[in-house]
Design a binder for this molecule. Sequence first.
Ligand code: F6R
Length: 364
Amino acid sequence: EKGGYEHFMLKEMYEQPKAVSDTFSPRIKNGEIVIEELNMSEEDIKKIRKITIVACGSAYHTGVTAKYVFEGMARIPVEVDVASEFRYRNPILEEDTLVIVISQSGETADTLAALREAQKRGAKVLGIVNVVGSSIAREADSVMHTWAGPEIAVATTKAYSAQLIALYLLATKFAGVRGQITGDEQKEILDDIQRLPVQIERLLENKKNIQKFANRYLAADQVFFIGRGIDYGISMEGSLKLKEISYIHSEAYAAGELKHGTISLIEEGTLVVSVSTQKDLYKKMISNMEEVRTRGAFVMAVSVEGNLEVEKAADYVLYIPKTNKYLMNSLAIIPLQLFGYYIAVGKGADVDKPRNLAKSVTVE
Ligand code: F6R
């Protein structure tokens, strides 16, 4: 059933091009974004004054990226919260706030409770859900399914990638309807979205090199991931992938926060993974890389083809191909998933079923 792959996680990473394409294909018709299940008229979309995104774990991380995409592209203010916090903090939900809950399983107890809490306060809830017929899919006011197919490995990969696509489509749709992007810009974004599956496939082909690199860090006791903007969201997910399956302690930091405490943890040889996919932030990231490197860090950089500057500030560079700046997460996460995976494999960990974790967290 693993189809010749050593682990479900590896199989599911390889299913990402299909999960991504199955999630966008039915929703792009003649160059337009059609999301019938959204049940919102153009008037409704224009009326949204705020979006509140609620989820747990990796699904929360897609929400962090989505904040930058909705705000940057559609100019709608976004608040993102983890479900276990949202449900108990007496959230302020005004009329014209759209609540989006994101969940692979559709059964996560805190996310389901957050959905109910939002509905109780009169908000309409859109669910982005993978499992058809799950509790969240049944109770949300509207549901946009991610079509990733069943996910078995505890560490999510293909559902995460499909969630990003659903969020990009929504943000692009909203941006178009609200006049924040032109028809041509929308067309370019859609072309770029449609190119992602092939680009992801190419990135997966680099697995041998990443495995070789990962094998050098099996004994690491801590790893830091740094990024800014969308790259901060990617860093959070890269860090979770590594720690949950390899048991190496890792943290993600907004790169500008390093100076406020974390940099004191950098020692000779500490691995710092720097994610820099946003051109307008390249320079800032290069100075952060130099900062940790002068303190002895070994810097692995994930950046975009053509950013040669990064080679001066990093010890090891993994490039991703160019795409629209809002879509970079879909590409940059691939080497980070592979990195976490191969560290866990190298350590002989139970990759598909890490200790203490359950695939679907149905208790709070
Ligand atoms: C990490 C992981 C978890 C889930 C989280 C939410 O790899 O899988 O962090 O993302 O438990 O689960 P769902 O999406 O089912 O609500």
